[in-house]
Design a protein around this ligand. Structure first.
Ligand SMILES: [Zn+2]
Length: 110
């Protein structure tokens, strides 16, 4: 598998997600850099867990969030009354597509 998503969790503070694309040969280096960046930002005594998320798992999670009434769904940038955005796999990337118009969004905030 060429592309992995890293998910980072900050223990006992807030919880953030960081999505990074990388080749598997660089993944250890990328992991260390992500941990370093988090510690620089939040303090060196914070503990950081990093794990991979497969693209299929990420799509499943986006769909679950879009259908969860506890969350405000990600909506169309042209008209927020359109049907909530749907994740679509494009190669090794995920894009969000509006089913009602041509709106597409590459930024996925979770
Ligand atoms: Zn739309």
């Amino acid at each position: 598998m060429k592309i992995k998503y890293f998910k980072a969790r900050l223990i006992k503070t807030e919880h953030i997600d960081i999505n990074e694309e990388c080749d598997s040969k660089d993944k250890e280096e990328m992991k260390q850099q992500i941990i370093k960046d988090i510690k620089n930002q939040y303090g060196s005594n914070i503990s950081v867990e990093l794990y991979y998320m497969k693209i299929e798992d990420k799509i499943t999670r986006i769909i679950a969030n879009q259908n969860n009434p506890m969350y405000h769904p990600l909506t169309c940038g042209n008209d927020s009354r359109h049907t909530p955005l749907v994740p679509v796999r494009e190669g090794d990337k995920i894009v969000l597509i509006c089913p009602d118009c041509d709106y597409r969004q590459e930024y996925i905030p979770f």
